[in-house]
Design a protein. Structure first.
Length: 285
């Protein structure tokens, strides 16, 4: 079974603030290239058996993707989509939002993004969310690594901060997205020492040399069993990501550099992600 742990739905016209549009423009990113994000999501994720879907709530950087709309989208394909609620620890009612998403909208996990939310993952305002997730066995997928947004300290996104969270919450199941690029080594050092901390490799194949080096590093540390497959749709598609990941060795050509072993690549793609994260199998509901 192929599980895509990282896919988005949003509408840039209604869900992005003017500031966020300005950040995208400054970095040369045109939202129209993503097409009809929600309309195309079902097609873009068809190559996975199961896909996790989330929006983003991050008032500090202008993301306002309503959890209700993500849940309504998931309801269109309940046999293969799982809903993660995006929770912004900077909102005073964030626990109420989490309870609503969990009990009324069917959320089976949480998405957080400390960089976009302008908060350290170790901030005390995040801890009630972590306690709730431990109590109800909800995994949290965190954005980690760099981004195009300005006006917020990049340090919030450093993988090393999640090490401290894992020490305080050893039972909290966490996924560090994008292998924390460009701090992949730091992420590997965190995931290999905590039983319940994983990382996804979403969107990394689009930088072939960096992706190859990250995969070598994770292989040499023998931490590849902690990596999960993800696409980051709509920024890629599930099918395009599978092709890109399977093509990781193309960049070394005939250089003699050591390839990424096929069993490492297929191990990530076919990882038993639902069981590892304690997620329900939507095909059985
Ligand atoms: Zn993403």
């Amino acid at each position: 079974m192929i599980v895509d742990i990282h896919t988005h739905v949003f509408d840039p016209k209604t869900d992005f603030s003017p500031q966020l549009h300005a950040d995208l423009l400054r970095c040369g990113i045109d939202p129209s290239v993503w097409g009809d994000v929600k309309g195309d999501h079902l097609k873009n994720t068809l190559a996975a058996d199961v896909s996790v879907v989330f929006g983003l709530q991050a008032s500090a950087t202008g993301w306002h993707v309503p959890n209700e709309e993500v849940a309504a989208h998931v309801a269109k394909a309940r046999h293969r989509l799982l809903f993660f609620a995006s929770i912004d620890p900077m909102q005073p009612d964030c626990l109420e939002e989490l309870e609503k998403c969990h009990f009324e909208l069917g959320a089976v996990g949480v998405k957080m993004a400390p960089l976009y939310q302008n908060v350290y993952p170790t901030d005390s305002r995040c801890y009630p969310i972590y306690r709730y997730c431990v109590k109800y066995n909800l995994p949290i997928l965190f954005h980690t690594g760099t981004s195009f947004t300005a006006n917020v300290p990049l340090d919030y996104s450093r993988p090393i901060h999640f090490d401290a969270v894992a020490v305080d919450f050893p039972d909290l199941c966490m996924v560090l997205a994008h292998l924390g690029h460009p701090w992949e080594g730091e992420t590997i050092s965190v995931i290999r020492r905590h039983a319940n901390v994983y990382a996804d490799i979403s969107a990394l194949y689009t930088r072939p040399w960096q992706f190859y080096n990250s995969m070598r590093l994770v292989t040499e540390y023998r931490a590849d069993h902690k990596l999960l497959f993800g696409s980051d749709a709509p920024f890629t598609t599930t099918e395009g990501s599978l092709d890109g990941i399977r093509g990781v060795n193309a960049v070394i050509g005939k250089s003699g550099l050591p390839p990424i072993p096929e069993e490492v690549i297929e191990g990530i793609i076919n990882r038993d992600t639902l069981n590892l994260l304690g997620l329900p199998n939507p095909k059985l509901r």
